[in-house]
Ligand binder design. Sequence first.
Ligand SMILES: [Zn+2]
Length: 338
Amino acid sequence: MRGAILYGKDDVRFEERAKPAILKPTDAIIRISATCVCGSDLWSYRGISPVSGPTPMGHEYCGIVEEVGSAVTSVRLGQFVIGSFFASDNTCPNCRAGYQTSCQHRESIVGAQAPLLRVPLADGTLVATPDIPSNDLIPSLLALSDVMGTGWFAADAAGVKPGSTVAVVGDGAVGLLGVLSAGQMGAGRIIAMSRHETRQRLAREFGATDIVTERGDEGPARIKDLTRGIGADAVLECVGTQESMMQAIRSTRAGGFVGYVGVPHGVELNGEELFYSHVHLHGGPAPVRRFLPELIGLVWNRKINPGKVFDLTLPLDQVAEGYRAMDERRAIKTMLLP
Ligand SMILES: [Zn+2]
């Protein structure tokens, strides 16, 4: 089998690697229908989080169950399934509290940019769709595996309610789907912070009512201008840099919430500023598994179309171009088809 392997900065290759096999009785093997490149894959592709050696890539997936271990009871051969980027048992106290990405038995998903994938803890991790989906639903179902679930968690963690004023920092796929999520949760006003015309357009299509192009110190000042000097009720931080985090905190009203889902890289918070801000912070790796049943329903009934963030689709063997296009911001998100 051939799959995507990252060798180092700017060097991802599609080459022969071992076919995944059932290693534990709770595993399943799925045949990938579609996979994609994550914004977080770019941290290692750009050499910011260097890899220690050749690393199989990919953690977003959907596909057909091809094989199950002897202890798997609820997942069946031939089902179309979606799972999160962390496998979870869905039974431990952290899972039951809705934080499956902090599962006491969690395992990372690796190597999804390939035709076949091993998924540990299959019963707790995978959620099946009601039937085999038609092809046009596959991009949106794939999006649920990470980006849509992450955008949804950002809005959930930021406590978005009907009528809320929401600001979204970051116009990558997660930020754009944060806009969509806030809209689904009934936000009254959604301010997307973006400088890119194509991304602004998609943000508007997903429900943004205002666009702010300023960033740095001017971003929060502009948000305050738009909210009678108060700030937003809920701010979704979808980047993970010092600048984006401070932009989020400073755009939030006293008593408001920041939901942060951008993986922090070098972010440091000033205790005194945080103290006087009166802002709630909640975030982390999105517990996508919590949201999968509801989100599958919304996609299945064609209420949401998160697959629109895939503006480039390539065959899996052109994975290197998929990374390049996202790195150069020519593509918002690349879908890969085996
Ligand atoms: Zn658990």
